[in-house]
Write a protein that binds this ligand. Structure first.
Ligand SMILES: [Zn+2]
Length: 114
């Protein structure tokens, strides 16, 4: 967690078929490159409540992606995935995340460890 109650960590996990990969499919590649130009940081914040893109990682040959965001609302992230248009060629999971530091804090609290 980031300390601000309205901003939390989320992971976007995507997976697509080889035929739908932007590396193999010109139509999808063009859509992705076009959409990237429209997502300035100000728009991500104003439209989707995304405060920071922490990381964007892809496994080219497994055809998977993991993006980490600091954001306000999972439903707005869902809308971002539709508009991006990540969801057009990926099955998407949007998952609330915590840091390892948060895990350690929870462990101590749950088990009353100092
Ligand atoms: Zn791919």
């Amino acid at each position: 967690m980031t300390g601000n109650n309205n901003i939390n960590l989320y992971g976007i996990y995507g997976e697509h078929r080889v035929e739908s990969c932007p590396l193999n499919n010109l139509n999808i590649a063009q859509q992705i490159l076009k959409s990237v130009k429209g997502f300035a940081p100000e728009k991500l914040l104003e439209t989707y409540g995304i405060h920071r893109v922490v990381g964007q990682y892809h496994s080219a040959l497994e055809h998977t992606l993991t993006w980490i965001l600091e954001a306000e609302d999972a439903h707005l992230i869902q809308q971002f995935c539709i508009d991006a248009p990540l969801s057009k060629f990926n099955q998407i999971k949007i998952v609330p995340l915590i840091t390892f530091e948060d895990v350690a804090t929870n462990i101590k609290r749950i088990h009353s460890i100092n």
